[in-house]
Ligand binder design. Structure first.
Ligand SMILES: Nc1ncnc2c1ncn2[C@@H]1O[C@H](COP(=O)(O)OP(=O)(O)OP(=O)(O)O)[C@@H](O)[C@H]1O
Length: 622
């Protein structure tokens, strides 16, 4: 930020990232440009909430008796628009720090990507990025902010910008507290100076704002805290708009839950499940979760203590009378009231999810696909509710269609009578898992296997250990209790005296590349497969360890060989004739590397391909 002083006016340039972002904002075309008004009202409402809170704790503020309100003035002739609030206002530092900087990292990149793919952008996006104020540049070329902070000894400032590269700030005489934003509308946005238009936008987007909004002299919103209304009196539309307002989302919510509780702890709450997960779901620190109100006064607009971390994707409001109004963040955090609300709310949310899973399956599946990666972690974070969370887990399986999911309870109901364990297999995606030779036995015997494709699964599923007294087992591990194939298959198998020496050759050729070579019970169509040793780490987990630490040495695998496979039988014959035969030895190495390839862990394909070329050359000699 550079500074240039001329008279009383200081000129600041935006930081490089902000400049680029503004350039994109100013030069894009938008659908829904009217959301600029929602963004400005939302900022005013935040500022009013802050001053209302301050009034409780601090009597020495500017104009303590001023009405908490938002005032909009329009002039359709001159195409001018202004919005003024009696909120907390901004100091000069806040003007520079809050208005001139991008709040969320990655915003610029994300905006660029979206812009590259589309000709017209949804105006809602700007607010999503935490630069809501700048949505005003959808409808104007130049903006003026006049503001004075609520501190009694504050000064007034005027901020002006054309949105391109710089802005100016000057000190002004401003007797009143709060912020006024004014601008002239661009010709293609002049409708926003029409009374009927502005009224309808306010009624659509901001009807539930907790402060009166005046258009000229007329109050155009009905001030009600929506969560204080009875369920019967709230309409779907109000709920949807309220959600968009609190969650800063442009989509409607997937579902909502309205609570009014009295007893051990009393509170009212309006909770929403968003339709889609934000970027970086697993690190929700920057995302706002629930707002905490005490007796209708906003205390914290992002209170992470109301729900456990694995439920932080839930948006909405909690309003209680059980905390004192002047409660600080630290006191609230450690208050037993907060702990109780958290406990009760968590139970209610899990009950709500359970209802959804039973009565609105499609919605539940949508929720699970979006938020599953975070929600699942509750298994290891919330031991009180662990069983409930486990029942809410969903899995694709070897028997479900792609995208279709079942619970562990359903898995058990679908199990064959003699099946004693729950089986799972991890991999990067469904098609990769389905190609895994370790599935062959299970497919042939129609045994269902859970297919786990999300990276977090490897931290969750193995820690379940058992469900309904059935152990959970990874089918690419060596300790499976599989039934031997039937007699017919046995008859086709290599006899012991041919199998044993062949295994010895495998062991000799592969040396310390493998932990062991054994006869397979699970293979049907493939000649060989790799499995992890009994106590070894899960394959996906191992891969993650390698990503995190380049020096991590992968544990050795066990090679299982299918003694009924024609190729293996041929090799056994060659072995009987000459155990040093080069084709035999090349085939052993090729089988091993082929298994590595399917496993996704073949490091270099060069030798594999050249060996294959040699083998083909041999085979085609004629
Ligand atoms: N009317 C106002 N009164 C006081 N401060 C304001 C006002 N408008 C904006 N601000 C300050 O400027 C900041 C930036 O506003 P902006 O709308 O760009 O983002 P935001 O409100 O922080 O995020 P989002 O748009 O996601 O809600 C606000 O956080 C607030 O500190």
């Amino acid at each position: 930020m550079s500074e240039n002083v001329e008279g009383n006016i200081q000129e600041f340039s935006y930081k490089a990232e902000m400049k680029q972002l503004l350039n994109l904002i100013v030069h894009s075309l938008y659908t829904h440009p009217e959301v600029f008004l929602r963004e400005l009202i939302s900022n005013s409402s935040d500022a009013l909430n802050k001053v209302r809170f301050r009034k409780v704790t601090d009597s020495n503020i500017l104009e303590p008796e001023a009405e908490l309100r938002i005032k909009i003035e329009i002039d359709s002739e001159k195409q001018t628009f202004s919005i003024e609030d009696s909120g907390v206002g901004m100091t000069q530092e806040e003007l520079v720090g809050n208005i001139g900087t991008v709040a969320k990292s990655g915003t610029l990149e994300f905006f660029k990507t979206i812009q590259q793919n589309k000709q017209t952008l949804d105006g809602n996006l700007i607010g999503q990025f935490g630069v809501g104020f700048y949505s005003v540049f959808m409808v104007t070329d130049e903006v003026t902010i006049e503001t004075r902070h609520a501190d009694a000894d504050s000064n007034g400032y005027r901020w002006k910008s054309k949105g391109e590269s710089s802005y100016t700030i000057e000190e002004i005489e401003k007797p009143t507290r709060g912020t006024k934003i004014s601008f002239t509308l661009k010709d293609d946005a002049k409708e926003f100076a029409e009374e009927y238009k502005v009224k309808s936008i306010i009624q659509k987007y901001s009807n539930f704002v907790d402060f009166p909004i005046y258009l000229g002299k007329e109050q155009v919103n009905s001030v009600t805290a929506l969560w204080q209304k009875s369920k019967e009196k709230t309409t779907e539309e109000e709920l949807n708009e309220f959600y968009k307002f609190v969650a800063n989302d442009y989509q409607e919510p997937l579902a909502h839950l309205q609570l009014s509780l009295e007893g051990r702890v009393s509170f009212k709450s309006l909770l929403f499940l968003p339709k889609s997960a934000p970027m970086g779901l697993l690190h929700l620190k920057d995302e706002k979760s629930l707002q905490l109100y005490v007796n209708k006064v906003l205390i914290q607009d992002d209170c992470k203590d109301l729900l456990p971390e694995y439920l932080h994707f839930i948006k909405g409001v909690v309003d209680t009378e059980d905390l004192p109004l002047n409660v600080s963040r630290e006191v609230a955090q450690s208050s037993p009231v907060m702990a109780k609300i958290n406990q009760v709310l968590t139970g209610k949310v899990l009950g709500w999810l359970e209802e959804l899973s039973k009565n609105e399956k499609t919605k539940y599946e949508q929720f699970y696909k979006e938020f599953g990666p975070l929600f699942k972690q509750g298994v290891n974070m919330d031991y009180t509710n662990r069983d409930k969370i486990i029942d809410l887990l969903r899995f694709e399986t070897s028997k479900t269609a792609k995208g279709e999911m079942i619970s562990l309870k359903e898995y058990i109901e679908r199990m064959k009578d003699d099946q004693k364990e729950i089986y799972y297999l991890t991999g990067e995606d469904r098609s990769q898992i389905e190609r895994n030779p370790n599935l062959e036995y299970f497919k042939k015997n129609a045994i269902e296997v859970l297919l786990l494709t999300e990276p977090v699964d490897v931290f969750i599923v193995p820690t379940l250990f058992e469900y309904d007294k059935k152990e959970l087992k990874a089918i690419d591990k060596a300790d499976l209790d599989l039934k031997q194939d039937d007699d017919k298959a046995d008859a086709e198998k290599l006899s012991e005296n041919l199998a044993k020496p062949l295994i010895a050759v495998f062991k000799e050729v592969l040396g310390d590349k493998v932990e062991d070579v054994i006869e397979s019970k699970r293979l049907v169509d493939s000649p060989a497969t790799l499995v992890a040793g009994k106590g070894a780490m899960d394959k996906q987990m191992e891969r993650m360890m390698q990503m995190m630490n380049k020096d991590h040495i992968a544990s050795k695998k066990i090679l299982e060989v299918n003694m009924s496979h024609p190729l293996i039988k041929n090799l056994a014959k060659i072995n009987m004739a000459n155990q040093h035969d080069m084709t035999l030895r090349n085939c052993v190495m090729q089988l091993f590397e082929g298994a590595l390839l399917l496993d996704g862990s073949l490091e270099s394909p060069t030798e594999f391909v050249s060996r294959m070329t040699n083998l083909m050359q041999e085979a085609t000699k004629g």
